[in-house]
Every structure is written in structure tokens, then in C-alpha cells.
Design a protein. Structure first.
Length: 109
């Protein structure tokens, strides 16, 4: 059986990526702290076909809608889904309602 996945709020993501799980223990990640803003932003588009809120369609009709997921890939190979975090981040404007994410970098020093 796979280990349980902890659930946490999006604003806790920067501190949670500093922790690794070994067995049932949490340990601090070795090396420099990870700054998600410095990691490469990546996008994945998944599709939900015949979503329940669309109702039942005619036989043979398939209707799909895109679901955009955003990720950050860091230099050490760590890849983290950041979709919710990007939405709440004040330095980025993220539109996940279309089939692509339009990301505009905010001013950073």
C-alpha cells in the first residue's frame, strides 16, 4: 500500500518543499533551501471528457474540457505541482480557464 499523502494549504508549499519523507519520518532536505520562484515554470494540460456537470450527452458525443496544471522544476530534479500556489501568488497572473496558462511575471528585485 502506498504511503499516505499529507494535505496542506497552498501557502504552505514553499516550506513543505524543504521537507522529505523517509518512511514515516519527516527530515529537512539537504543543501540550500529551495526557492520555488527560481525554479523553471512548466505546464501540463489534461482533459476531462464528459464532465458530470455537463450532463449526459447524446450517444457517441464526447465533449472534453482542458484542465491546466502548473509545475515548478528545480535544478536538483525536484518537481512540484504549483497550480494553486501560482494562483495565490501576487507576483504572477495565472489564467487557467483556457487550454493554456498565460503567465506574466511580476516585478521582482
Amino acid at each position: 500500500m502506498a504511503p499516505l499523502v499529507p494535505i496542506f494549504a497552498a501557502e504552505d508549499l514553499p516550506s513543505r518543499v524543504q521537507i522529505v519523507h523517509r518512511g514515516f519520518k519527516e527530515k529537512r532536505r539537504k543543501g540550500e533551501p529551495i526557492d520555488l520562484h527560481k525554479c523553471e515554470l512548466m505546464e501540463l494540460v489534461q482533459y476531462s471528457c464528459n464532465p458530470p456537470e455537463e450532463g449526459i450527452l447524446a450517444p457517441g458525443v464526447v465533449k472534453c474540457k482542458p484542465i491546466v496544471r502548473l509545475f515548478r522544476r528545480c535544478a536538483d530534479g525536484l518537481t512540484v505541482e504549483t497550480t494553486s500556489w501560482e494562483k495565490m501568488n501576487t507576483n504572477n497572473k495565472v489564467d487557467t480557464s483556457s487550454n493554456t496558462a498565460e503567465i506574466q511575471k511580476g516585478d521582482k528585485a
